[in-house]
Design a binder for this molecule. Structure first.
Ligand code: HEM
Ligand SMILES: [Cu+2]
Length: 642
């Protein structure tokens, strides 16, 4: 669309215009609703919080919003691919590349990651008997760094500069020579900034789990979600710095004219290595926490201790370690040679062993259990067969010779959606339904939960199962259309129908949240007859939840207490230091500074870079001079503790 303003002609694509209208419309609507119901204090409470539960809720809320955005993108892609030689209105110019790039990037970094980190924040401190995360202030900084990165990648669309080199940003396509526009700079800064937040979150998780467990909560008594969080945090700590380096180098190539990934000395293969040394562990980073959620959910809803606890832990550790030794399976067709390919084919296949152990342990946990199929358990039950299909196609892809056929086809697209939707997304939904009462004091409604589950799961299989066959028929991924004689039309058409079913399923989820807030069914502190410590504290979980501090003697402390001691946990003689939870505007201000600093780099404005650089340093100085601890101590001494 073109329009005249001040004697100049402006052009704005109609889809961008529509997005602006939708964004501003929704924004105003939200402001109006908040204002009408006098909810500004709640907004302030959450924006300035450093409390783990509220930060968890912030992560989950952002992730849900980004899920809607990246989901709409997926639907648009599916509409374009529904029939041969289609020309859907949205794809003016090169939009298809942008659509799959932002869809993939947002789903991985700004949906899967925050869904899981959000649930960790809500549940892990309570599961291990900690009063909060070890570093509450740092926790808030992590969230706001994550959000700054997410906003950068999301706003690129509105600046008509979406990244367009795939979520993998392969060089040389991602270098300035081939994509000089700002799009891939948004990608670099978005991932860099949110990556910093993720690394800090990992450090926080590790310290919390190592230092803040309740007395008697030995490592070998931790719930499996806490275990999976600990191992995931180590994976983040090792894998994310590799991404940091890769992004720095790419940034230098793009902004400052170096040539690490092109030219005589540089090589695009370096990018592939760095990206996948990070990228493969990343897919475990987003699936291992889901494994943890399923373990806890399946055990609770089968009313049995999880089968093979030790082998569950050992299996996650082995998966985590092997995860660093398989990255070349993404590069079988690059030409690294048969020896390299063989080694990496074998290590990849080995991962099926610990994964298989876990699958059988889940099945054996259910065996002879008293199973209740509430919504969290439905998601867990749906996960098992779905993830097995994703695992089987993974082993197929690991056969290096066969991968020359599968590589870069829809077979791969089907495979990774089976693992990431079947594992991560179903896991996150299970976790949200499961811990929702701990966040807000009431359950999500069963009726809408069921509708959500069935539409989403059936829609999922209708979407992605046919894609295996489209891929085997030779349909490459990342193509914007195909010809009628390519023999892939039927598969694509069915796939698009399934995608809309998933979309409707997701709307039921949103509706469920809305309805449950409108008409909450208060459910008490322990709605699922839980086994672990988080169900022993009030809902929503308070500050200082463990007052008095429980003494843990078994893997299922609450379950044991309910069976043998009338629900009373034994009280510990020793106490634990409690992290200081403060209210502060600093983290959100830091968010603004980092956003501005990144934009000044993306648009090459040197004086703004210097200005915001100085302001960031000033922020650090301000932070070192802020002393909440003394003030809090004084306040506490002022109060009488009775
Ligand atoms: C919810 C329903 C979803 C649908 C209908 C969907 C659909 C699609 C489609 C059509 C593509 C483009 C394939 C191509 O052109 O090559 C794609 C790519 C991708 N999707 Fe999804 N997707 C969904 C959810 C997810 C989720 C939950 C994740 C991750 C957690 C995810 C991660 C990716 C990635 C990484 C790519 C590759 C992007 C690239 O090639 O650069 N998707 N998806
Ligand atoms: Cu991999």
């Amino acid at each position: 669309m073109t329009f005249e303003l001040f004697d100049r002609t402006f052009y704005i694509a109609s889809d961008v215009l529509l997005a602006y209208v939708a964004l501003i419309g929704t924004g105003l609507g939200v402001v109006y609703l908040v204002h009408r119901s006098n909810k500004w204090p709640v907004i302030k409470e959450y924006v300035t919080t450093t409390h783990h539960r509220k930060i968890g809720v912030l992560y989950l809320l952002s992730a849900t919003l980004f899920f809607l955005r990246a989901g709409i993108e997926a639907l648009i892609i599916r509409v374009q691919l529904a029939v041969p030689e289609n020309d859907f209105w949205v794809f003016q110019g090169d939009k298809f590349n942008e659509a799959f790039t932002t869809h993939g990037t947002i789903m991985i970094f700004f949906v899967a990651m925050p869904l899981l980190i959000g649930l960790m924040n809500v549940a892990v401190p309570l599961q291990i008997g900690a009063q909060d995360m070890a570093f509450p202030y740092l926790n808030a900084i992590s969230f706001w760094l994550f959000l700054a990165g997410a906003i950068l990648v999301n706003m690129s669309f509105f600046m008509t500069a979406s990244p367009n080199a795939g979520w993998t940003a392969y060089a040389p396509l991602s270098t300035a020579e081939f994509t000089p526009e700002a799009g891939n700079d948004y990608y670099i800064f978005g991932l860099q900034v949110s990556g910093m937040g993720t690394i800090l979150a990992a450090i926080n998780m590790i310290v919390t789990i190592v230092r803040h467990r309740a007395p008697g909560m030995k490592m070998t008594r931790m719930p499996l979600f806490a275990w999976s969080t600990l191992i995931t945090a180590f994976l983040i700590l090792i894998a994310f710095p590799v991404l940091t380096i890769a992004l720095y180098i790419l940034m230098f190539d793009r902004l400052f004219g170096t040539s690490f990934f092109s030219g005589e000395a540089g090589s695009p293969i370096y990018w592939q290595h760095l990206f996948w040394i990070f990228g493969h562990p990343e897919v475990y980073i987003i699936v291992i926490p889901a494994f943890g959620i399923f373990s806890d959910v399946i055990s609770t809803f089968s009313r049995k201790r999880v089968f093979g606890y030790t082998s569950m832990v050992v299996a996650i550790v082995i998966i985590g370690l092997l995860g660093f030794m398989v990255w070349v399976h993404h590069m079988f067709t690059v030409g690294l040679g048969p020896v390299v390919n063989t080694v990496f084919a074998i290590t990849t296949m080995l991962i099926a062993v610990p994964t298989g152990i876990k699958i059988f342990n889940w099945l054996f946990t259910m065996r002879k259990g008293v199973i209740r199929l509430d919504t969290p358990m439905l998601f867990a039950a749906g996960f098992i067969p779905t993830f097995v299909i994703g695992g089987v196609t993974g082993v197929m892809l690991a056969v290096a010779a066969a991968d020359f056929q599968f590589h870069d086809t829809y077979f791969v697209v089907a495979h990774f959606h089976y693992t990431m939707v079947g594992g991560t997304v179903l896991g996150a939904f299970a976790g949200i339904y499961y811990w929702f009462p701990k966040m807000f004091g009431f359950k999500l409604k069963e009726k809408w939960g069921r509708a959500h589950f069935w539409l989403f799961l059936i829609g999922f299989h209708i979407t992605f199962f046919p894609q295996h066959f489209a891929g085997l028929n030779g349909m490459p991924r990342r193509v914007y259309t195909y010809a009628a004689e390519d023999n892939v039309f039927t598969f694509n058409f069915i796939s698009t129908i399934g995608a809309f079913m998933m979309g409707i399923g997701t709307l039921f989820f949103v509706w469920n949240i809305y309805r449950s807030f409108k008409d909450p069914d208060r459910c008490g502190d322990d709605p699922w007859d839980g086994r672990t410590l988080e169900w022993s504290v009030p809902s929503p979980s308070p500050e200082h939840p463990f007052d008095p501090m429980p003494q843990v003697t078994t893997i299922d402390p609450l379950w044991e207490a309910k069976r043998n001691r009338g629900g009373k946990l034994p009280i510990a003689k020793t106490s634990r230091s409690a992290p200081v939870d403060v209210e502060s505007w600093q983290p959100v201000s830091f968010f603004g500074l980092i956003l501005a600093l990144s934009l000044s780099f993306i648009y090459h404005v040197t004086w703004l870079q210097i200005l915001f650089g100085i302001l960031v340093l000033a922020f650090f100085a301000l932070r070192t001079l802020t002393d909440e601890h003394t003030r809090m101590k004084k306040e506490e001494e002022g109060h009488d503790h009775t």
